[in-house]
Design a protein around this ligand. Sequence first.
Ligand SMILES: NC(=O)c1ccc[n+]([C@@H]2O[C@H](COP(=O)([O-])OP(=O)(O)OC[C@H]3O[C@@H](n4cnc5c(N)ncnc54)[C@H](OP(=O)(O)O)[C@@H]3O)[C@@H](O)[C@H]2O)c1
Length: 541
Amino acid sequence: MIKTATKAPPDGAVSPDRQIADQTIRSTNPLRAGLAADRNPQACAMVIFGVSGDLTSRKLMPALYDLYVTVPLPPGFTIIGISRRDWSDEEFRSEMRKAVHEFATRPITDDTWDSFARGLFYVSGNFDDPGIYGKLRERLESVDSERGTNGNRLFYLATPPSFYEEISQGLGSAGLVRRQEIYSDPRANGWNRIVIEKPFGHDLESAQHLNMAIKQVFAEQQVYRIDHYLGKETVQNVLAFRFANILFEPVWNRHYVDQVQITVAESLGIENRATYYEEAGALRDMIQSHMLQLVSVVAMEPPAFFNGDALRDEKVKVLRSVVPLNGETIAHHVVRGQYAQGYVAGSEVPGYRDEDGVSPESKTETFVALKLEIDNWRWNGVPFYLRTGKRLPRRVTEIAIQFKSVPHLMFKLTEGQSLPPNVLTMRIQPDEGISLRVAAKVPGAGTKLQPVQMDFDYGASFGQAGPDAYVRLLLDAMLGDPTLFARDDEIDTAWSLMQPIMEAWSDSPWTQSLPMYEAGTWGPVEAELLMAGDRRTWRRP
Ligand SMILES: NC(=O)c1ccc[n+]([C@@H]2O[C@H](COP(=O)([O-])OP(=O)(O)OC[C@H]3O[C@@H](n4cnc5c(N)ncnc54)[C@H](OP(=O)(O)O)[C@@H]3O)[C@@H](O)[C@H]2O)c1
């Protein structure tokens, strides 16, 4: 048989031979089934603003390569990166290869990398230059025709937050976005979506302003506000645990639960993020976003469906039921602190004010502990204690549901012995899993009781850690599934809960006396006093 020579495709275009080879590489990958069976997105052009930054190198590009290898992403999948660096397409590809090599979970093979890299393109310029959006349009039009992306566009803002509004307006003015209301048919000219990184706003007013500005260009259903906590396997497992088992729902309420404690503890300091952290602090960085998301998934009512609006309706109802804090309750229910020099894991570490880039007079809080009350039928009277901090003794994120003691204990305890109540602990990181503390009889002739742990360990049960949160969330955004992204009313409600605290801290004379805690301890003594006032204590995870 005579073989006809195949004409080389233009640069970046996908040849039919290559498409078949790509499909074979990916469809034979054993990881595909575990990750996302039957979730294959359409070909699209993903435009990453801020592509030379830390987030792209450490998270986005490795996650995209992972998806390309495992899902699979269609052969025409294309990434257009934008930043000020003066890179050619080839230089961009080589920089991204280094990032994927360093941060991806699986080794790179030349075949798959070459195939992936053929879809990488670069546009250099400044976000405040309107000309950059014209250059972007030319690139998008050429990949639409050469790689079959058909007008499907995913814009990703991995930039300093100060550019979110400007870029979205720039895209709108250049006619790069088709506004798609809920009943528009994306098959007509392709779909357009925007993913916006955290932080979304700096306070209530800035978040509302940003929401308004973005919605002049995009309809709400095109906006994907990312909080990577919701992409974590273990956070989604809280939903599975609550709503796929009959066992827990009957006791998941004020009749059986005494208190809920949520801890997000970090042993690290601020690393090289002083500029960001000095502006943000622990309240904005952790409580307003990640920790209120955790409160919502723990406290929400069962949604009728696992989809964007059903889930987010229930989450926002929880936030709306949180009793707003005011001057007096802030003084009694909210504690902040800042770490001083100390020892973490046996090594001496500097105090926050001695970190590079931090003002020696900084009033930024690196620790927050607070008590929230949720005023609804399910949770009335059950305190939710939230605690987060940097330079704490260990890195741990957990949700602990502490149940009430039994109403009557027929067993006689020995002098001085007490029987701790049941606690269900959901560990988000590390050692992902769930454990339940129950009372058991110690073997022997007497009736001695002792608490024991029943453990479910993610790694041991499933044999592998789940994919990084960005893998899940990027795929969801390509598929048009906003379930694990924050809606505008969620963001507004979360900020409105934080606003009185931020105002009290900036107005109050006790700004002058920020409680300090030694690095390597569990926060300032004031946090212990908050609990002592309720005759409770913090867990030591
Ligand atoms: N890094 C993380 O792990 C992480 C985690 C959660 C959320 N986030 C959020 O993700 C966003 C990006 O974070 P990052 O850590 O990647 O920031 P970064 O390392 O500072 O990167 C910023 C990017 O924006 C580009 N850029 C800045 N000003 C520009 C301008 N005027 N015109 C064109 N490009 C410009 C920079 O490129 P050039 O300087 O090369 O032009 C760079 O590519 C932030 O909103 C951050 O809060 C990051």
